[in-house]
Design a protein around this ligand. Structure first.
Ligand SMILES: [Zn+2]
Length: 169
């Protein structure tokens, strides 16, 4: 490396220049820079909300599995539509669970997964609306996005002046 004071070529790990005796400040190593970088912090309520979502998804996964296999352990016959709903609920909950876990790890992709599942639920809900009434259609289309809207609002809560949302990668 070069001495920052006189420009002479000196050994890489020198503390002082052997030519002009000026102290040499070493550049921090890449991993030291990464470790010293500001660690993202989130508001406690945001963490609570993400864990709340995870718990709800786990409960729904258990409920869907219980529904799917209820004909074998209760002798109850599950019809085909119910089976489709249980499988759909299972897939949506697993993806939502993954999404919440990604958000806990500061990945914005988690929000996109949850938003995608809301869109899927809206489409499936509208398709399976039995009566096809306008108000029922509206509820099944907009309903799934309420949860995503609340999640988005919760992610705006900041800690140390920075919202969780702005720190997602
Ligand atoms: Zn020097």
């Amino acid at each position: 490396m070069k001495c920052p004071n006189c420009g002479a070529e000196i050994a890489d790990n020198s503390d002082y220049c052997i030519y002009c005796a000026s102290p040499v400040q070493k550049a921090p190593k890449a991993e030291e820079v990464a470790a010293g970088a500001e660690k993202p912090e989130r508001n406690g309520f945001v963490t609570f909300w993400l864990w709340f979502i995870i718990v709800v998804q786990v409960l729904n996964i258990v409920a869907c599995c219980a529904g799917l296999f209820s004909d074998s352990f209760r002798g109850y016959r599950v019809d085909d539509l119910a089976r489709v709903m249980f499988v759909g609920g299972l897939i949506v909950s697993i993806v939502n669970l993954l999404g919440a876990t990604q958000l806990l790890n500061w990945k914005k992709s988690g929000f996109r997964l949850i938003l995608g599942m809301a869109a899927l639920r809206a489409v499936l809900g509208a398709m399976t609306m039995a009566d096809g009434s306008a108000s029922g259609m509206m509820i099944s289309l907009i309903g799934p996005f309420f949860g995503v809207g609340i999640l988005w609002a919760v992610l705006q809560i900041s800690k140390n002046g920075r919202s969780c949302w702005s720190m997602l990668r």
